[in-house]
Ligand binder design. Structure first.
Ligand code: GLV
Length: 308
């Protein structure tokens, strides 16, 4: 029997397998994530062999010091920027994530955001509810053509490729940006830019003021990657000046944005609450993989989905 700490209540059937395997499972029951001191205190109190965490928890060297027996960390996410991988490696703690099973859900959401921003769906819906729609308007709520437009897919991984496949169905020209050197040239050509890079020191503020200035005037930015890939001060300026026509964000830095954040006052900003993988099917499968990672790590086996 091993001790497993689940840092957020995850109401998915796969979690039962931890109990069935005879492990002692502690679940932080609250709806909200624990702040770092509270998480550290819970970790110190439970001394877990395995942690199943969400992207809302920082698993860093300080936390690891509170868990001397820790052998495996399973992230309920594909992104692992919330985990200090070097510190885990130094301690011999295996780390797993949940790739593949959320690729299509996240690509669907990226495309939904792209379409919504292009066709001004949020604005139109607000106007209808506010009674501002009184008749069909020949030049009202004009948006951008999606079909046949050029899309820069920044990040050449699984989700970027899945977005590119969807773009093919809209007869879009896809510019795949796999190297930083190619970024500005692609931005200069693209009517739409969709971000799919992991957050690392190298991609922090990849979309900075210079990158935004390199964008084609009137471009639309979609971010379903991580908020900190974009310099949000520069983004607010680009939206305010009208250089960008719109931005549609599933992710921000921080999450959620404080109500007073200037980005929320920028025009033509659509923001949704980090729901890229939020389909029932994707989240069930993420739970299955996270549990499989925990069970393998506790058994001393290679994780089915290790983080390289
Ligand atoms: C979600 O953002 C994830 O990384 O799974």
């Amino acid at each position: 029997m091993a001790r497993v700490l689940i840092t957020r209540a995850l109401p998915f059937a796969a979690l039962e397998r931890l109990h069935e395997a005879g492990h002692q499972v502690t679940v932080h029951p609250g709806p909200d994530p624990l702040d770092p001191p509270a998480l550290r205190a819970l970790v110190a109190a439970t001394d877990p062999d395995g942690i199943l965490c969400a992207l809302t928890e920082q698993i860093d060297a300080t936390l690891l010091r509170a868990a001397p027996g820790l052998r495996v960390v399973a992230n309920f996410a594909v992104g692992t920027d919330n985990i200090d991988l070097a510190a885990c490696a130094a301690r011999g703690v295996a780390v797993g994530n949940t790739p593949d099973v959320l690729t299509d859900a996240t690509a669907d959401l990226a495309f939904a955001l792209l379409l919504a921003a292009a066709r001004r769906l949020a604005e139109g819906e607000r106007d209808v509810r506010a009674g501002a729609w009184t008749t069909w308007v020949p030049d009202g709520w004009l948006g951008a053509d999606v079909h046949g437009a050029t899309l820069a897919v920044v990040g050449a991984g699984r989700i970027g490729e899945a977005v590119a496949r969807r773009a093919a169905g809209f007869d879009m020209e896809v510019l795949r940006v796999g190297r930083r050197d190619d970024l500005h040239a692609a931005l200069a050509r693209a009517a739409f830019v969709s971000l799919h890079v992991p957050l690392t020191p190298a991609t922090h503020h990849l979309i900075d003021a210079a990158a935004l200035a390199a964008c084609r005037p009137g471009a639309i930015l979609v971010n379903t990657a991580r908020g900190a890939v974009v310099d949000q001060v520069a983004l607010a300026a680009a939206l305010t000046s009208g250089h960008l026509a719109a931005a549609a964000l599933d992710v921000t830095d921080p999450e959620p944005l404080p109500p007073a954040d200037p980005l929320l006052r920028a025009p033509n900003l659509l923001v949704v609450p980090h729901i890229g993988s939020a389909t029932r099917g994707a989240r069930e499968r993420m739970a299955e993989i996270a549990v499989a990672n925990v069970l393998a790590g506790l058994a001393g086996r290679a994780l089915p989905h290790p983080v390289a």
